[in-house]
Design a protein around this ligand. Structure first.
Ligand SMILES: [Zn+2]
Ligand SMILES: [Zn+2]
Length: 407
């Protein structure tokens, strides 16, 4: 990819809706072409409506899928309280929750959508599998929507347009067909880099079977290795895990586009929001991210100054030689930008703290982030204690392989 083309991909940000001649002649998303207008009925139209949307405007497949997943998660939460659950299963849930979340954050977001760093193929394969575990759509569909979101943020052409309300920005946009403007303007962007990536093409082509394997089958079967009950494994490692991860990630589009402060670019609707930093493992500095979308850390701060598991993952990957060419604006670039568009006094006040203060804030951030990220586990534990139940137990004999070694 040429330098100009690459810059175009990583630096998409434009708040105009001007027509351009650039058109893409590819579109693997079959649903896209056939989608009809989703703008709410104006009341004068005849026919049954749900929350103002005509029946034909609703994506019924997604409504049914998300409803079933939420019922599964709610039942899973109750189930894990009333039955004995093994410590290894709980540990496994926490690890795959964080890991699959990183599939979105590091993979489909920072690597494929923004090209903020480069990755060698083993890391790409790992990120593709982790991203598939989240059932957050294929990498291609995520990147298509996300680049459109950045380019025409919070306008009628933004698929996650937060001016249509909190629920729409959070998950409602999954449930109704896209506004024609989203499709029309989304086609103006380039996705050549995605189609030139065999891993992205493979995942998009075989998305459904891959999602069934990596989101549903493997997370359910793995806990059987330490003799976990099949139903417990399914409802906790699939139901609770998948739904919680999706909601945590969706807060970036909802909370971080509505609540918080805007210091890097006052003209942008995205905000700086600490709760979202904690819930999304480091993506809540969203005003900064929309101002500097090519920054691989999505934040001004270094990993030890703010909770940012995704950045730590990229840094470790680079130490292992799997990630390289990480992009970050210089302090001078940020300063010049903020002087024009943001609040330089406020930014200086926040950034120019003594290193010791920044480290203490960073430590506090990591503690808070870890607590928020793991809330389903510790709340189940607290309820079990309150009910006088045994929680999370461990026995060597439960581990299938241990039986062979011990006998
Ligand atoms: Zn955004
Ligand atoms: Zn982004």
């Amino acid at each position: 990819m040429s330098e100009n083309k690459e810059q175009e991909v990583i630096d998409i940000k434009d708040d105009t809706l001007e027509e351009t001649n650039a058109e893409n002649d590819f579109n693997l998303d079959n649903n896209n072409e056939n989608e009809c207008q989703t703008t709410k009925s104006n009341g004068s139209e005849k026919g049954f409506t749900v929350f103002g949307y005509k029946m034909s405007q609703i994506k019924w497949g997604n409504v049914v899928f998300l409803t079933v997943m939420h019922i599964l998660a709610a039942y899973g939460y109750y189930h894990c309280i009333v039955v004995d659950i093994k410590a290894l299963t709980v540990t496994f849930i926490y690890i795959i929750s964080c890991a699959s979340g990183l599939g979105i954050l590091v993979g489909s977001h920072r690597l494929w959508a923004h090209r903020s760093f480069k990755a060698r193929w083993p890391l790409k394969v790992i990120l593709m599998i982790l991203q598939t575990m989240t059932v957050n759509g294929s990498i291609f569909s995520y990147v298509r929507d996300h680049r459109t979101h950045h380019k025409w943020s919070d306008s009628v052409a933004d698929p996650k347009n937060s001016t249509r309300g909190f629920f729409f920005a959070h998950m409602g946009w999954w449930l109704v067909k896209k506004d024609p403007k989203v499709i029309q303007f989304g086609k103006k962007l380039s996705y050549d880099d995605l189609w030139n990536d065999p891993i992205v093409r493979f995942q998009h082509r075989f998305y459904t079977p891959l999602a069934i394997i990596f989101c549903f089958i493997l997370p359910t079967l793995t806990p059987l290795l330490w003799s976990e009950d099949l139903l417990t494994a399914f409802v906790s490692c699939v139901g609770i895990r998948a739904v919680v991860v999706l909601h945590h990630m969706w807060t970036v589009n909802s909370i971080a586009h509505i609540f918080g402060y805007r210091i890097y670019d006052k003209d942008l609707r995205p905000t700086e929001n600490k709760l979202v930093v904690y819930m999304s493992m480091g993506e809540g500095s969203h005003n900064y991210h929309h101002a500097f979308p090519y920054d691989y850390t999505t934040s001004y701060y270094k990993w030890y100054e703010s909770y940012n598991l995704a950045t730590v993952f990229i840094v470790i990957s680079s130490l292992l030689g799997l990630a390289y060419d990480m992009k970050k604006p210089t302090n001078e670039t940020i300063k010049q930008y903020v002087e024009k568009k943001g609040d330089i006094i406020e930014v200086n006040l926040i950034h120019k703290k003594h290193i010791l203060i920044r480290l203490i804030i960073g430590l506090w951030d990591w503690i808070m982030g870890s607590i928020v990220t793991s809330w389903p586990i510790w709340t189940i534990m607290l309820i079990k204690i309150a009910l006088g139940k045994q929680f999370f137990f461990f026995e060597w004999n439960d581990i299938i392989f241990a039986k062979y070694f011990c006998s």
